[in-house]
Write a protein that binds this ligand. Structure first.
Ligand SMILES: C[S@@+](CC[C@H](N)C(=O)[O-])C[C@H]1O[C@@H](n2cnc3c(N)ncnc32)[C@H](O)[C@@H]1O
Length: 348
């Protein structure tokens, strides 16, 4: 992971500014004026080109695909400090009005819940009924762009992530038996529970779902009333400061959270989760990977910055969290390598 030198404390609301400070911290980085001017020119050309493609009524999916590719190339080529200066230029360009017709891009950009990456945003990726109205009310252009963004490689990886979570929960329930206890951190709407066969068959003793957003907690409480799922209003901070008495678990996992936590907080949280495992328990954390190609589109038109991690980044967190080495650990990628997973099994 690059350019991280300030601290996110893992506390409640994740604001775009806090993440941008983490992702693009440019402290001490000198901006080369010539490089900046060249980058601005290149970006202006790309934005104008996309605008004229929209005006010529080119298929919207082609325009957004082309734009996302152009942004990815520019982001990779310029220094982080310069890229940071380019983001507002894209956001303030007339072409952004076209992209914002996509209800998914619009939700991400406008952040109705006040922070980046809320659970309702993920519902656009899952195609969940909670966002059916926004999707139905989109303009024809917005619908066409949404048809692209909902199937972008990152979205495909998030749907696979949800399905893998269901699979791990069900496998854990099968292998551990009726006393199995699970905890989800940053649960969002806990959509992975919808398809859990073990949950349907009442084969899980306890499934704690913790999130800092009261709206998400309310959604879980409503959707899973009468099941073993226990919604807990809590944050990374409240966990780290021992404000809950949650007991021990066979399986603890976090998806869609580490992307917002710097290494220091990630290590603290990982250690905390390992301390809450039963013998042979498993902790899993997912992170968007550096291979993602829609990073430039997400950071500009969606105003959705994430801390992308590589395989060595994941291992660094694992090694720093397990100094005694009394664990089995693995790092694996999802099918399209847009999400990377760290698994730590506590031995004995
Ligand atoms: C991208 S969503 C992921 C939801 C779900 N895990 C999924 O994969 O669909 C991120 C969730 O993390 C929660 N979150 C963000 N920061 C948090 C923190 N510091 N403590 C607890 N939850 C947090 C948000 O409220 C949101 O529900």
């Amino acid at each position: 992971m690059q350019y991280i030198d300030t601290a996110l404390d893992g506390e409640s609301l994740v604001t775009p500014d806090a993440i941008a400070a983490e992702v693009f911290s440019s402290k001490g980085q000198k901006i080369d004026d010539r490089e900046r001017m060249l980058a601005e020119t290149e970006l202006a050309l790309a934005l104008n080109m996309a605008l004229s493609q929209f005006k010529q009524e080119k298929p919207p999916a082609e325009v957004v695909h082309w734009m996302a590719g152009a942004l990815h190339k520019i982001r990779n080529r310029v220094s982080p400090a310069i890229w940071q200066t380019l983001i507002p230029m894209a956001q303030n360009h007339a072409v952004s009005d076209y992209f914002l017709e996509d209800p998914f891009t619009n939700w991400s950009f406008s952040k109705p819940r006040g922070y980046s990456g809320d659970a309702q945003l993920l519902d656009f990726i899952y195609g969940h009924e909670s966002v059916a109205e926004e999707i139905a009310n989109a303009s024809p252009l917005g619908s066409a762009i949404y048809n692209y963004t909902k199937d972008a490689s990152s979205s495909v990886a998030v749907r696979e992530r949800r399905d893998l979570l269901t699979q791990h929960v069900d496998e854990m329930a099968t292998s551990r038996g009726a006393d199995v206890e699970i905890m989800t951190i940053a649960a969002g709407h806990l959509r992975e529970a919808n398809r859990s066969v073990a949950l349907q068959e009442n084969r899980i003793k306890r499934w704690v779902a913790l999130d800092q957003d009261p709206l998400s907690i309310g959604s879980i409480r409503r959707d899973f009333a009468g099941t073993c799922i226990e919604p807990v209003d809590g944050s990374v901070r409240s966990l780290l400061t021992n404000q809950h008495r949650l007991g021990k678990f066979d399986f603890i996992y976090a998806a869609g959270l580490y992307d917002y936590l710097n290494d220091k907080v990630s290590v603290k949280l990982t250690k905390k989760c390992l301390s809450m495992l039963k013998p042979n328990g498993v902790f899993m954390f997912a992170n968007f990977a550096e291979d993602i190609v829609v990073d430039g589109y997400m950071e500009t038109f969606m105003n959705w910055a994430l801390l992308l991690r590589s395989e060595p980044d994941m291992w660094r967190i694992i090694h720093a969290s397990t100094p005694e080495g009394d664990v089995d650990a693995q790092v694996r990628f999802g099918a399209n390598r847009n999400v990377v997973y760290g698994f730590i099994r506590k031995i004995g």
